[in-house]
Design a protein around this ligand. Structure first.
Ligand SMILES: [Zn+2]
Ligand SMILES: [Zn+2]
Length: 278
């Protein structure tokens, strides 16, 4: 079980279950010490997406700005009710271009902000990280991460290996090729440069091509984290690696996916931090 978790979703995003208090109550019962509430943050109103893109990318499955205050209030109430726990205010946001002020205004109200690149703009259209990445365009993912982190607004990079979800190499195969290795190294360098937490995500196991074979996991991905391990061996204590439940219901704070990822981390010999410093 994790003592602390900083990646948590609630009903505000329209695709997770529970209010803040439901999570805090359950986490307290489990004996957890810290819980960061990080629901999917509001999409900027003047984004560059067409209506079709907005729908295809499930943008309505993000918090509406109207409920942001209620969300913050719920966190403050939980902090008062459970003073024995450290409960933090956060959001997981994308990074859409030309909207720095929007993200800045959200970040001001939070203890930390997570970057989750589920989609982004590239050459006047939207890239869906789950579906659209291939040999020709995969470096655009790094470019989005770079531009997001360079704003200094983000503190934590969620599921950095998400680019491999449906990646297609030169021959159209799902292979962790040299480009994927380059992307991995570039992402590590960016996380170190901008001093952000780098996540091993526990929620990806459910999408595995075969759950029982770790070579068939999309994320967390074994090839990706072997490179992370090599980096850690050469550069101790430089990369701030952290586990995140990415819970979409309270029970996911401690389920079989969390256990499977803890074993993955142990088998690879990765060194993870258990607590985030603000
Ligand atoms: Zn979600
Ligand atoms: Zn998330």
């Amino acid at each position: 079980m994790l003592k602390n978790n900083y990646h948590t979703h609630m009903r505000f995003c329209n695709h997770a279950k529970g209010d803040v208090i439901d999570y805090v109550k359950y986490a307290n019962e489990l004996g957890m010490e810290e819980l960061g509430m990080s629901d999917h943050g509001p999409i900027p109103l003047n984004h560059h997406m067409t209506d079709e893109e907005y729908k295809a990318l499930y943008c309505y499955e993000n918090m509406n700005l109207d409920v942001f205050e209620l969300y913050l209030n719920q966190i403050e109430d939980a902090q008062l009710k459970y003073p024995n726990m450290r409960i933090l205010k956060a959001l997981e946001c994308e990074y859409l271009y030309d909207n720095d002020k929007w993200y800045e205004n959200l970040r001001k109200r939070l203890d930390y902000m997570i970057l989750g690149v589920h989609f982004y703009e590239y050459e006047n259209h939207m890239i869906d990280t789950y579906k659209d990445l291939n040999y020709d365009n995969v470096y655009s993912y790094v470019e989005n991460v770079n531009r997001a982190l360079s704003t200094g607004l983000y503190d934590y990079l969620a599921h950095p290996d998400l680019f491999f979800f449906e990646y297609k190499d030169k021959d159209g195969n799902w292979t962790f090729d040299q480009r994927c290795k380059d992307v991995t190294n570039k992402l590590i360098d960016l996380a170190v440069k901008y001093d952000v937490y780098f996540e091993i995500n526990c929620n990806g196991v459910r999408f595995a091509k075969n759950k029982d074979d770790i070579n068939m996991w999309r994320y967390p991905n074994i090839e990706f984290f072997k490179i992370v391990k090599e980096y850690q061996d050469k550069n101790p204590n430089k990369l701030k690696l952290i586990l995140g439940c990415d819970a979409h219901q309270p029970e996911a704070l401690d389920n079989e996916n969390v256990k499977a990822v803890l074993k993955f981390v142990e088998d690879l010999g990765l060194k993870v931090l258990t607590k985030i410093e603000l």
